[in-house]
Design a protein around this ligand. Structure first.
Ligand code: F6R
Length: 361
């Protein structure tokens, strides 16, 4: 059942402290910096020279976070939309690891991208929530995200667990291929260990309900982010349109001035995601939209006074490592979408035209 919540989506958002603890259990020790992934002991990926992620929808956004994490630590990595992978035909060889990110393990587009990679001679790995799923059975290897069953059509807790899993897998890959721990390994692992408590703090203190109400008569909702949280801007917009049926778009913060700024008016609130890295640049993008009269809602650390001073509203997140901040920001955006949809009386757990698992190409 829904455990006292009005919707599975809200229940699953609130389960994240627990599901994240399950995802992390036994896999990382911040004190020593050790990473212990059941099927992937040190050296597992020594032969790998590049990584490609294939996925759809929310899982694609998790893949984008994963390739940013790995790429910025020195291992070439790219993320592809699974439905585009066949037609964009990226080269693969036996030193390529192709990672299918799929909660259900049954998404047809992702399965066919993985089959194509396999036929090209790549090594394949499924990152999935479902033991015994087609992706888990067909790939050379599988990593389970252990989020527990997700009933709501909108993916919430599985996104958070995918990103954590890809960070752990990313650390393993970087160590095996680059040959040493990344410089900030211990900081990342302690930020991950703190994540369940940090998410709980957001759930306890969020103002997302009030912010959703304040902007509910808007024409359109824009989300911007840079670097590790560009995918969080995309995910914020996907979730928002999926369950509220309001128009929403996510942009790389730096791209606004290359076109989308033409759409910005006082009736288009802009949600700007900050991580503590590259904030100065995103702050100037925030000022660009403010100059056009748009309200700006910052999703940022409560300790960043300059951002707090400029924004019309702030959805705060606890201070953490910049590569982990996106998971926290995304929890605030999940709550924003949920409350916006609830106030509009939408059928949150079963949005029109959508299915939980898409088994046709
Ligand atoms: C959005 C959503 C979808 C899925 C996508 C991939 O909330 O749930 O975009 O993320 O259909 O599904 P999986 O991860 O099962 O391959």
């Amino acid at each position: 059942g829904k455990g006292g919540y009005d919707h599975y989506m809200l229940k699953e958002i609130h389960e994240q402290p627990t599901s994240l603890r399950q995802t992390l259990r036994g896999r990382a020790d911040p004190a020593t910096g050790d990473i212990a992934l059941e099927d992937f002991p040190p050296g597992t990926f020594e032969e790998i020279s590049r990584v490609q992620f294939v996925a759809c929808g929310t899982s694609y956004h998790a893949g984008l976070v994963g390739s940013h994490f790995i790429g910025s630590r020195g291992l070439p990595a790219q993320t592809f939309l699974a439905s585009e992978y066949a037609v964009s035909a990226p080269p693969v060889d036996e030193n390529t690891l192709v990672v299918g990110v799929t909660q259900s393990g049954e998404t047809a587009d992702t399965l066919s991208a993985l089959r194509r990679a396999e036929a090209g001679g790549a090594r394949t790995l499924a990152v999935t929530n479902v033991v015994g799923s087609t992706a888990a059975r067909e790939c050379d290897d599988a990593m389970f995200i252990r989020a527990g069953p997700e009933i709501g059509v909108a993916a919430t807790k599985t996104f958070s667990s995918q990103v954590v899993s890809l960070s752990l897998l990313g650390e393993r890959l970087v160590r095996d291929v680059v040959g040493r721990r990344s410089d900030d390994t211990q900081d990342v692992l302690s930020a991950l260990a703190d994540l369940p408590d940090h998410v709980q703090r957001i759930l306890d203190y969020t103002k997302a309900h009030r912010v959703a109400k304040r902007y509910r008569d808007s024409d359109s909702y824009f989300f911007i982010g840079r670097g590790s949280v560009f995918p969080v801007a995309l995910e914020g917009a996907l979730k928002f349109k999926e369950i509220s049926y309001e128009h929403a778009e996510g942009f790389a913060a730096g791209e606004l001035k290359h076109g989308p700024l033409a759409l910005v008016t006082p009736a288009t609130p802009v949600f700007a995601v900050f991580t503590g890295r590259h904030d100065r640049k995103t702050l100037s993008n925030m000022k660009e939209v403010e100059a056009r009269g748009a309200p700006v809602v910052a999703v940022a650390s409560e300790t960043n006074e300059e951002i707090v001073q400029y924004a019309d509203d702030v959805l705060t997140i606890p201070d953490t490592h910049p590569d982990v901040a996106g998971i926290l920001a995304n929890v605030q955006l999940q709550l924003l979408s949920y409350h916006a949809a609830a106030q509009l009386d939408r059928p949150i757990d079963k949005p029109r035209n959508l299915a939980k698992s898409v088994t046709v190409e």
